[in-house]
Each structure stands twice: as structure tokens, then as C-alpha cells.
Design a protein around this ligand. Sequence first.
Ligand code: ADP
Ligand code: MG
Length: 551
Amino acid sequence: EANPENHVFAADVARLLHMMVHSVYSDRDVFLRELISNAADACEKLRYEAIAEPALMAGEAATRITLTLDKDNRRLMIEDNGIGMSRDEMIEALGTIAHSGTRAFMERFEAEKAGDGAQLIGQFGVGFYSAFMVAGTVEVASRRAGSEQAWLWSSDGKGAFTIAATEDAPARGTRVTLNLLDDADKYTERHTVERIVRQQSGHVPVPILLIEKPGEESESIGDGTALWTRSKNEISEQEYNDFYRGVSGLYDDPALTVHFRAEGRHEYTTLAYVPGSRPFDLFDPDRAGRMKLYVKRVFITDEAELLPRYLRFVRGLVDTADLPLNVSREMIQESPILAAIRKGVTNRILTSLEKLAENDKDAYAKVWDAFGSVLKEGIYEDFERKMQILALSRFKTSTSGDATRSLADYVGAMKDGQSAIFYATGDSVAHIAASPHLEGFMARGIEVLYLTDPIDSFWVQAIADFEGKPLKSITQGASDLAEVGDKDADSKNKDVDPGIAGFIAFVKETLADAVVDARTSERLTESPVCLVAPEYGPDRQLEKLLQGAGR
Ligand code: ADP
Ligand code: MG
């Protein structure tokens, strides 16, 4: 066992590491946040596994993370007494890209040919491998809770790693040793490390200790008090935003923070955030929600589906005392308590969005721009709340210019005699605006909603009306425009040639089965003809989508 085994990294890890080593990203500080967050995850996993198997906690009962500075040897150690890793777990976790966020990062990087990746690293962070931004070699010594044997993983990040049995490891948990690059020696300075921890990891729910020099006493630099358990008026915006970065793995500021404690029949605390910008994997079909479930401050799972799919952009957590600590996955699926929590949290997030829309239109417009296309899925997925979500929706319209409008805005601006809400579906605003179907509406000054998201063609089918006004496609069926708006616009159509009936008969005969009908129309003012879909049945954009999907 004395000889270390050699392993090569999976190809995508090698690429990622190459990028890390050559990255000139100015804010390399993020590596520490990534390593502390792994250490905190490991402590939370231990607390969770120990619920079923208390012996795992033998020895040191309280979990903690210890940072040791070693200026003389230009080293930094991050040690936790969490769950640890077995040999196989190490090879799997540190030799392949298991983390879906990291994989998505790589895909995005390839797709955008994003230079040295620096920008993207800053935006998303890429976990453990970010250690190679500051370290020439990295050693990970780990002993899994409950196991005698410890293992040492080590690598210079250049394509291979070794793994060997070791005696020199924590009694339980993991120690990551960074042999820092020449230009990264500031990470052995107390004030630098303390500042970064305060900024980035001040609210991890595990205490953080600092040892300034190997052999010296440790002192606390983070108390592990869970931010969400404190009362709202004691928490600054800065603290909320720092916590957001920790819990979400994102690096921007949140667009909306929702923090509340529900009391009464069910007791739980939610701290949830709407991110400030669109995460890169928002449309990844595998992308699960990112809400964590805690029971009495013990992390249980991030797969509890605490929010409906159409709120999958929301990040944060729910902590409840109403579930038992040893709640199983099956129980989570079926728990009526969790169903009630899900409902309460969903409602709260939607009402918080309503408030934002009311109080800060610009901020809401940004949220809508980033997440509207996902939120709209709720219009046909959430029967109970579809009207609420529809009211939250914003649209480009034929009269909106660069702004967006709500359906309430639309209804408020309807013309005399107009009884329906008209919409047009298409690939882009430019595409719709050029459509001949629009002419009659434009001429009469009737507003038309521009529905350009693929999702729009689906939910419009599920909505009969808004505030009693039916939704009608301008490409579908006969549009009764004669009674609406600026009637002078009809003047061009007034002296219709009586020969038109003959022409229509000719068209019908020539096109035969290719069309259902041919008729004169009020919707055109400039173009001679256009195709419309029948009144009943899918509209033309949906037809195209369904054909594209091979259905
Ligand atoms: P992520 O944390 O998002 O899964 P990382 O790249 O940060 O991705 O870490 C990869 C994996 O390595 C983790 O999922 C975990 O299994 C393992 N790991 C990293 N650090 C530790 C640690 N301190 N203790 C136990 N396991 C760890
Ligand atoms: Mg991580």
C-alpha cells in the first residue's frame, strides 16, 4: 500500500483544470468559499446520516471547520470533521465531474468559446477544482465517518492524480491542503482569510475556526448561527446578500428576498431568493428546484420539491420543526405537512412578486425578463393559481414599445366595442410585427399582444378569458373588427369590387383541399391575402411547434 496509485482525470476535468490553472480571473478569492461550502456540506451530511446511525458521531460530537494558515510553508489547510470520503468516493468525486452545475458550466464554456473562462468562473464558481486557481498542488486527506482507513488524494491539476493509503488524516472528515502558488501567498495572511470568510461564508451553519500558525490555539471566526433563525429586523441587506451567494452558488445580488416565519397549524421558516440574473442551466430539463429542506437546522435534502417546477429559479431553504429528523424520502413525497408547507411557500413567493411588481416596476421588469418564460409554465401547470400568474405576466405588445404591459394594462386600454384580447404568436417581435395579419388591428389602433416564447402557444390554449375578455389569436378564425376602434380605417376596404365573389370562387377551386375556406377579410389593409387558422383547433404557431417536435 506504500505505492500511490496513479489515475488520470476524466477528459472534461482535465479541460476544466487547464482552464483553472491558466485563468487570470482577478477574484480568485472564490476558491475559499467553494472549499468551505464543501466542508459545511460534509458536516451537514454527517449530522443527517448520524440520525439513523448515531455511532458515526463518535469522538468529536460537534461539527466544525478549521482553517490553518502556514505562512512558512506557504500552505493553507481547510479541515472539517464531517462525513469524509472513502477511497472510491474520492476517485468518483474528485476525478470526474459529478456536479451538474460544473458540467453545465463546461457546456456553456464550450458553446461560448469563452476565452479563458474567467468571466464564467466568477459568475458560477466551479466547486472543488477552483482550488487550482491558487494552488500548484492540492492534497486531500480523508477518513470516512465510521471507517478506520484514511486516504490521500493528491494532484498538480495537470491531467493526473494519485491516491494512497495514509495515516496522516483527520480522525473523521477531510483535510484539504493547498500548496499555494507564488502569487497566492496572501491566503496565508490572517486578515485576508478572515475578510473572505466574513464576506462569503459568514452564515454557513457550521462554526468556523482559525489557527494562525500550525500548533497554535484555534479561535472562532464564524459562529455557525443560521441566519434564517434570526429575526428580520436584525439582518442587514448585506447579510442577506452574502447568505444568498452561499446558498445559491451564484455570485450576483438577489432581485428579491423573501424571509418569513409561518406560525399556527404548521411552523416553518423560509428564506428564499429570486436571483438577480438568469442561471445558465435554467432550461436544463434535469434541473431540479434549488430549495433545501432543513429540519430543526439539520440539512435533510435538496430534492424535496418544495416549490412547483415553474418556480425552479428560486433558491433558498425551508426549515421546519414539524417533521421528524429521520424523515425518509418516501415520507417526504407523501407528507401532508410538506404539502401544506409547499402551498404556503408558493403563495408567499407569488404575493412577494406581486408586491414587487406594484412597488418597483423596474425591478420587477428585470425579474420578468429573466424568469418570465419559466413562470408562465405555471399558467397551465397550476390550475389553482393560473389567474394569479397570468396577472403577473408581462408582454410586449403592438403599442408597448420597449416597455412591457400587463393584461390589466391591456384591458384598461381596450377600444370601444372591442370585446376580446387579441394576441399574435411568432418567433420574434420583428417577425410578428411584419405579419399581414396585424394590419387591420394596427389601422384601428387595437393593441395586440406579441407572444414570442414557445411556451405561450401552450398556455393560451388553457385560458378561456381574462377578466371576462376572451383571448383571441389574430391568425385564427374571423376577426370581427368592423365594430371596433377607428372605423375610418375601413375606408380602403369600402369600395370592394363586386367581381370579388368570382375571384373567391376561383381561389377556392384552385386551392381545393389545401384550404378549408376563402373569404374577404377586414384584417388586411395593405397586403392582398393572408393565411389564417380555423377558429377551432391549434393556432399556426402551435401547429409549427408540434410539427417541429415530431408529433
Ligand atoms: P459540489 O460541492 O457542488 O458537489 P464540488 O466540486 O465542490 O461540487 O465537490 C465535488 C464533490 O467532492 C462533492 O460533491 C463531495 O462529494 C466531494 N467533496 C468535496 N469536498 C469534500 C469534503 N470536504 N468532504 C467530503 N466530501 C467532499
Ligand atoms: Mg462544492
